[in-house]
Design a protein around this ligand. Structure first.
Ligand SMILES: C[S@@+](CC[C@H](N)C(=O)[O-])C[C@H]1O[C@@H](n2cnc3c(N)ncnc32)[C@H](O)[C@@H]1O
Length: 214
């Protein structure tokens, strides 16, 4: 559901040097290279995902490196666009990561991130993930910090932050915020499944923030 908002905000990528933090299988890398970006580097901490990303990028100039997002650094003006899709809520020290992003972006360069929406990361009330969810609980919203989640059969640690926390962190890292979007479901993405659309209209799942390096 965050893809339409992400693609809107990406706009033209022709000639851009792109860094993707927490790239997963790097599917977006192939899309961006096909759309004319000059280079694409994906970073991911998972061996399995970097293997998948390498396969996705085969035959393209795109590259992938296995590394924790928190350890990534590059010289000033290395990238024109940094994206991070659904990865930064796994990161503890967001300030350090945003400072590293600012450091390696060219002046006027852009940062575009999506995270699991804070109303979802705030609290988990359900016992089972086996059935489609029919209710949601927002609680402990103003208690930022770690949350253990049962996610696709594994226990993962998310870092809950409020929307205000994300905006403040970007501003503190001297990014001028250019977009804040809550990624509403787009009806044309539901193949006529109005029940699924109605369900996805109940709560936001994703938050997108974009900023430019002053
Ligand atoms: C939900 S997936 C999203 C993948 C991809 N960005 C996408 O949108 O398809 C999150 C990815 O971030 C990676 N990840 C999470 N925490 C990380 C960290 N601290 N350092 C590096 N990679 C991390 C995971 O391995 C996973 O591939």
């Amino acid at each position: 559901m965050e893809e339409p908002a992400l693609l809107d905000e990406l706009g033209l990528v022709t000639g851009l040097r792109v860094l993707d933090l927490g790239c997963g299988d790097a599917a977006i890398g192939r899309t961006l290279l096909a759309a004319g970006c000059r280079s694409y580097l994906g970073i991911d901490g998972s061996t399995e995902m970097t293997r998948a990303a390498t396969a996705t990028l085969a035959g393209t100039p795109g590259r992938v490196e296995r590394m924790d997002i928190e350890r990534f650094s590059a010289p000033p003006r290395t990238f024109d666009l940094i994206i991070s899709r659904l990865a930064l809520h796994y990161v503890d020290d967001l300030d350090a990561v945003l400072a590293a992003c600012r450091h390696c972006l060219s002046p006027g360069g852009r940062l575009l991130i999506t995270v699991v929406h804070p109303v979802i990361t705030s609290h988990e009330a359900r016992q089972s993930t086996e059935q489609a969810r029919t209710d949601w609980v927002v609680d402990d919203y103003f208690h930022p910090g770690t949350r253990q989640r049962d996610w696709l059969g594994n226990t993962v640690t998310w870092h809950h932050r409020t929307i205000e926390d994300y905006v403040t962190a970007l501003t503190r890292a001297q990014f001028a915020i250019t977009a804040l979007r809550e990624c509403p479901p787009r009806p044309d993405r539901f193949n006529g499944d109005m029940a699924a659309l109605a369900r996805r209209q109940r709560v936001p799942l994703f938050l997108l923030l974009a900023g430019s390096r002053a």
